[in-house]
Structure formats: C-alpha cells, structure tokens
Design a protein around this ligand. Structure first.
Ligand code: NAD
Ligand code: DAU
Length: 339
C-alpha cells in the first residue's frame, strides 16, 4: 500500500458537468478542508448552476478550454492534483459528429498531460468501461483491468485514446497518474440527453419515453456518489501507474429500467415507443471491481437501485427549472436523428 496522498488544492476539470459537479459536491461535503478549482468550458452540457451554491466556499470556477496551453500553465502550478473529468461524453452525439470528441477527449487530454508533466502535478484520469467494448448477454464473464481494449463508438475510441496517452506519460515520463474506468452513472444534475433522465423528463412533460432497438442492452448502473467516493480513494491511496475499474454490480437491461421508471411514476409499463437502434450499439457492460474493493477497501453505499432511482426521479420533479431549458433542444436533436 503506497503512502496516502492528501492534496490541499485540486483542479477538477469538467466540474460543471454531471459526474464532475457531483464529485465537487462530494469533496466539499466529505473533505471541506480541500480547495477546489473547477476548470470548465461550459459547453451545451456544462452548467454553472450545478456548483453555483458552492462558489466562494473553497470552490472557484475558471471558464476555459483544456486545449488552451497558456491557461493550463496559469492554473495547474498552484495545485497538488488534477482530477480530469472533462470529456465530450454522449455516444449518440459522437456518432453524428465525432470531431469535438477527438479534440476534447484525445487532444485535450494530451495538453493536460503535458501541463501536468511541465509542473510535476499528480493526475487522476476519469474514464469509462466503454473502452473495453461489450460482452454478449449470455457471457458469464465481466470486465477486469486485464481485459483488452475494444472500443466501439467514436466516444469510446477517443476515451480509449486518452487512457493510452495517460499510460504512456506515466511509464515514459514518470508522471504521477492513475486511471479509473467506471460503468453507467445515474443521479442528480445529469443532462436530459442521457437514458434515465430523458425518460423521466419525457414522462414529466407528457411525452412518451423512447427505447432503442430491442431494449435488451444491459448497462451496469452505479449511483454517481459511489463513483465520487471511488475516485477519491484512488486519488489519495491508489498505486501510481495503475488502472482501477469502478462498478457496483448494477446490471439491468434497458427495458427493465424503463419499466421501473414508468411504474415509479405511476404510468402503465408499456407507455413508451420503440425506436431504431443506435449504430454499433454495445450489448452489455459488466464490471468486476474486485481490485478496487480488495486494495482500497472501497464499497458502494447506494447499492439499492430502486431507492436511488426513486430519489433521482424526485430530484427531477423538484428541479424542473434546472432541466427545462435544455429539454426542447435535446428532443429536437433526437427527432432529427430519428431517436
Ligand atoms: P458531461 O458531458 O456531463 O460533462 C462534461 C463536462 O466537461 C461539461 O461540464 C463540459 O462543459 C466540460 N467540457 C467539455 N469539453 C470541454 C473542454 N474542451 N474544456 C473544458 N471543459 C469541457 O460528462 P459526465 O457524464 O459528467 O462525464 C464526466 C467524465 O466521466 C467523462 O470523462 C466520462 O467519460 C466519465 N464517465 C462518465 C460516466 C457516466 O455515466 N456519465 C460513466 C463513466 C465514466
Ligand atoms: O458506460 C459508461 C458510459 O455510460 C459513459 O462513459 C457515457 O459517458 C455515458 O453517456 C453512458 O453511455 P451509454 O451510451 O451507455 O448511455 P446512454 O444514457 O446514452 O444510453 C444508455 C442505454 O440506453 C443505451 O443502451 C442506449 C439506451 N437508450 C438511450 C437513450 C438516450 C435508449 O434506449 N433510449 C434513449 O432515449
């Protein structure tokens, strides 16, 4: 077990997005002594409101692009670590227009790595289980840190590229870095383009939910707060140069999740539309997080999916002012794609 590392000031890239802003909230709650600088470009998905109530309380926001070298040279030196959440993160968008994915996920991570190398700052790189590709529905196997990289979508392949860059910078330049690959998150502050929140907000708007393909694709759901606690453990106690998978044994197929949502919201179970499938749609994700549990003693605290889903639905009911401005444009874009 390496000596624990306790950063006093961290940069959180992408801290106005879904997972990044929940991580910032988690750090403020669990480690209020730590100062946080959020670096975020505020793209269509980044929202200042996600952390507005924390600003000034040891959290500051710098609006900028991770591809901007000069900005990185100004921000990074006065910090002990960078936790890197920034990404273009939505598969359907990556299929329609891959360019920003290559720029932000691959080139942006390269620029950040170079800045961390110039200033000798510790990096934790947040990645996804999608880099490992999919499993068949009847495959008893789950993904481990030793599984081969087999990304399917432009999103997954640019995340895989970023992981490879981090591995190379760690080995060749001795950059103090770790990587985590997590499964599908759910919780508050998730953009309405993503599966669970699209369906919940569709029901709240009186629209019918939309299910891709045959609805049997399996995702391995984890509450976003459990992702945050795992990232903190890896940042502070993980072995440098290592990859840790994060998952909470939350495998469910999409049609089951959609029916859970409809039941929880008092709608008939078949009150949804089947739509065309996503090209290259990964069939099943399933994470084996034994290494994280064994080495760092991490355990999820929100393993009851029904309870987590009910709380998430309630959050969206109460925070219509937060999601409403993005809803019409999101659905207009989906309509153009036939989804
Ligand atoms: P998100 O799309 O909600 O947020 C991304 C954030 O990055 C936004 O605030 C956006 O404004 C910002 N951003 C985008 N391009 C930028 C740039 N060039 N410079 C600065 N800021 C920029 O994404 P998310 O769902 O919160 O995912 C965050 C990270 O977690 C990603 O790296 C993703 O791969 C990983 N991840 C997400 C999930 C999930 O289920 N959401 C699961 C596993 C891993
Ligand atoms: O596995 C981790 C990944 O999970 C993250 O790296 C990504 O950033 C995150 O977006 C998520 O990717 P998915 O493609 O799995 O998530 P999405 O919410 O887009 O879709 C989840 C599943 O639901 C997928 O099988 C497609 C399906 N789906 C999605 C939408 C938006 C539908 O059936 N209907 C929909 O309307």
């Amino acid at each position: 077990m390496p000596e624990a590392f306790f950063p006093e000031r961290i940069v959180v890239t992408g801290g106005c997005g879904f997972v990044g802003s929940n991580f910032v909230r988690w750090v403020v709650r669990e480690h209020p002594e730590v100062g946080v600088t959020v670096l975020d470009k505020l793209t269509y998905v980044g929202n200042r409101e996600n952390i507005a109530d924390l600003l000034g309380r040891r959290v500051e926001l710098l609006v900028g692009d991770i591809c901007d070298e000069e900005l990185l040279d100004r921000v990074i030196p006065c910090h002990d670590a960078v936790v890197h959440f920034v990404a273009e993160s939505h598969n359907d968008r990556s299929i329609a227009d891959p360019d920003p994915f290559v720029q932000t996920n691959a080139v942006g991570t390269y620029r950040l790595l170079e800045a961390c190398r110039r200033h000798d700052v510790r990096l934790h790189h947040v990645s996804t289980d999608e880099v490992y590709g999919d499993l068949a529905l009847d495959d008893p196997a789950r993904i481990t840190e030793e599984s081969p990289y087999r990304p399917s979508s432009p999103y997954a392949s640019t995340k895989a590229s970023s992981d490879m860059l981090v591995r190379a910078w760690s080995r060749t330049y001795g950059l103090r870095a770790t990587i985590s690959n997590c499964s599908n998150n759910y919780g508050p502050y998730q953009h309405v383009e993503k599966f669970i929140l699209r369906q919940v907000t569709n029901v709240l708007c009186g629209r019918r939910p939309r299910l891709y393909g045959d609805g049997r694709n399996v995702r391995d759901w984890i509450h976003v707060d459990d992702h945050s606690s795992a990232v903190w453990e890896i940042l502070t106690r993980g072995r440098l140069g290592e990859t840790y998978l994060i998952g909470a044994n939350g495998e469910r197929d999409n049609v089951t999740v959609l029916r859970d949502i409809l039941r929880a919201m008092g709608r008939p179970e078949d009150d949804f539309d089947w739509v065309r499938d996503r090209p290259g749609h990964d069939r099943r994700y399933a994470i084996d997080a034994s290494k994280l549990r064994r080495e760092l003693g991490w355990e999820p605290r929100h393993a009851d999916f029904a309870k987590g889903l009910a709380a998430t639905i309630e959050w969206y009911r109460r925070n219509e002012a937060w999601w409403r401005p993005a809803k019409e444009a999101t659905e207009a874009r989906y309509a153009e794609l036939g989804l």
